[in-house]
Write a protein that binds this ligand. Sequence first.
Ligand code: HEM
Length: 461
Amino acid sequence: MPKLASSLPRGPRTPAVWQTARYLLDPRGYTRKLVARYGDAIRTHVVPGRGVTVASAELSRQVFAADPDNFAALSLLGDLFGPAAVIATSGRRHRRQRKLMNPRFHGARIKSFLATMQRVTDAHLQTLVARPDAVVTMSAFAQALTLDIILETIFGADPRLDRPHGRTILSDVVGAVVPAVIGARILRRPWFAPWRRFEAARARCDAWIDAMIAERKAGAARGETRDDMLGLLLDTRDEDGAPMDDAEIRDQMLTLLVAGHETTATAISWAVYYLAREPQVLDKLRRELHALGPAAPPESIAKAPYLAAVVSESLRIEPVVTDVVRVCRKNFPLGDFVVPAGQSVFVLLCAVLADPRLFPDPTVFRPERFLERTFTAAEFAPFGGGSRRCLGAAFAEAEMALVVASIARDCDVTLADGEPEVSVRKNLTMGPKRGVRVRVRRRDVQTASSPPSTNSSTPAT
Ligand code: HEM
């Protein structure tokens, strides 16, 4: 039975600023220490407020399975993405938005995107192998690729749209989200220079998206229809027949563009990094891809089990998003405790993904673990969980699978730096400090189409 209201676990007594800074700068290292000292539930005081941090699959499950009406949205997300963005709304409005958008990210829809994902990937790979001796930053390459994929698949972007400009302004927005503005709401004010920089970047991005909306409306006036996400948002009507206003459409588009490309690019970069370090894994993956045949359709590639395990293991070992937060509207019973209304629950995805009780030798990259057993949704939750689970999870996994398969099959990748990569905070997400610097050569046609060696001495990659 849960204890009475305000029954909280033990936790550090250090000032909120200190706890926030330590978490933001080194989430995994800091939480390892906290878990070793306090266990799976930890009383926490960070700048945005007090709460309870949970670091076990069972406690995460309780949060994800709870009635979503227990929780309010996080103000930070509204400040960054706009108050109407699906990532920032809650209650009825959030349910309505998810109901509208979910079908675009599941089942047959994802299948219909695979050919486009593959085509865009092939085009980008041409540029990747064009200068075999040059050092390429994989995360920059992957960001350009994932942005083009999301523009073509979700928004069916008009070829007249200025994509290089779009890439620049989106990376400006992402780059302007520095730890200080994430940590403290008081700093998200015009007098704080980093926040002014974010607002300026967002204004440029809004103008770019507005142009996309105007272009589409003009097309609609000429009788053109497009069956994509922007078309859906423009056509949608509420119970009274009123359309979504442009500001709400813009918030959704910004959310999908930002949440949908940088995260996946980072995850792809980590997968390439680990394949380059683990020749045995690469060899096994190449054998699986080879067995699919030289002209395997993207549907078969996306379903390949070892490839899926490589994707999952990359997301597990280097989580792009380390935690998710739920703000309690009312007292929330959790394990042996009750989190008071107004406080938050911080679900430490990164701690569960590195929990040796679930993932023995958690720092070892071993995709086989995903073939040996099935994990519950709370045990393997790189995309969060419950009613807020990442809208684009299936999309991201399919995209990762196709891109990683193409690179493994067609390229020899060598790491340019001797030192291991480390994961550092980029903004809301974590990513490789140097961006995974590599040299890439196209595998010659003969090598790429013959079965890879069966031992671990495969060169490069
Ligand atoms: C490897 C890539 C990705 C990772 C690791 C990731 C991770 C996450 C996580 C952890 C959340 C929070 C879930 C929660 O609160 O429980 C989230 C939310 C979200 N993600 Fe992703 N994501 C990825 C790719 C994508 C893509 C490709 C899209 C869209 C095309 C997308 C769109 C969203 C949206 C709209 C939300 C907000 C959902 C809501 O609040 O209802 N994400 N993502």
